[in-house]
Design a protein around this ligand. Structure first.
Ligand SMILES: [Zn+2]
Ligand SMILES: [Zn+2]
Length: 254
């Protein structure tokens, strides 16, 4: 049976109708529902769709109501943050997700990060923002292709000019690792920043920053940002006991 309220939620999220989103949630919509056959939005949740269309008022409401930051589309296993990088120079949606604990280097089914997508599209300002926030530039997808290689491809494919590509490559080459606590963002390197012992994807300058990021949302994302089969630890991650074994691992090895 079609879940009318949940379908209405997606419809309202796509059209940017905040009242419609509120009404659908009130009518019992599943906040993380994804349509099985919507090609436009890649079969994503309301948060993915709102991120994709940059309806930040709706995103704020959905996040406040507990929408998942890590539930993927069925098409490319894209997370909301992957959806939010599809506009050049408009970084409000991605910054909003980041402030609420989204992991910058979340992977899709090809192990692509949001930064790789922004490079692929040739979106210089979006690349700049992701790097400012601390996105990692050294990761590879299943290609294996790096963010810098995606910049080369963007120029070859006509997605950006040579000058734009050169700007993106320069940003990548000068990038520094940063503390993943959105209110900190202190630059550092592999010897000074320490990884979350659980997901080994987020890094912090201090224990306090790790705790703050945990509170603003990492507790919901930790362990769900990589794209692979669930590990046996998954039960523990969701049991709320996770802080017991969140330990630092130094130096980063990858
Ligand atoms: Zn910090
Ligand atoms: Zn983690």
């Amino acid at each position: 049976m079609v879940d009318k309220a949940s379908e209405a939620l997606l419809y309202a999220a796509e059209r940017g109708c905040l009242q419609g989103v509120k009404a659908a949630l009130k009518a019992g919509a599943d906040i993380d529902y994804a349509q099985p056959d919507n090609e436009v939005t890649g079969k994503g949740t309301a948060l993915f769709i709102a991120s994709y269309f940059r309806h930040t008022d709706i995103m704020t409401l959905l996040i406040r109501k507990g929408a998942s930051m890590t539930k993927r589309t069925t098409m490319f296993a894209s997370a909301p943050l992957h959806g939010a990088v599809t506009y050049e120079g408009k970084t409000d949606a991605l910054e909003l997700l980041f402030r609420h604990g989204a992991t910058l280097d979340i992977r899709d089914c090809y192990q692509r990060t949001p930064l790789m997508l922004a490079c692929m599209f040739g979106y210089v300002d979006t690349v700049r923002k992701l790097i400012q926030l601390g996105a990692r530039v050294d990761l590879k997808d299943t290609g294996p292709t790096t963010a810098q290689m995606y910049c080369e491809k963007a120029e070859e494919g006509g997605n950006c000019s040579r000058a734009q590509k050169e700007t993106m490559v320069k940003l990548i080459q000068e990038a520094r690792l940063r503390c993943c606590n959105p209110t900190c963002g202190k630059p550092g390197d592999r010897s000074t920043l320490k990884l979350c012992g659980q997901c080994k994807l987020t890094r912090y300058c201090s224990r306090d920053c790790q705790k703050q990021h945990w509170t603003v949302g990492h507790k919901k994302s930790c362990g769900h940002d990589g794209y692979s089969e669930p590990s046996p630890l998954k039960k523990l991650w969701t049991s709320g006991r996770i802080f017991d074994f969140m330990t630092y691992v130094v130096p980063e090895t990858s």
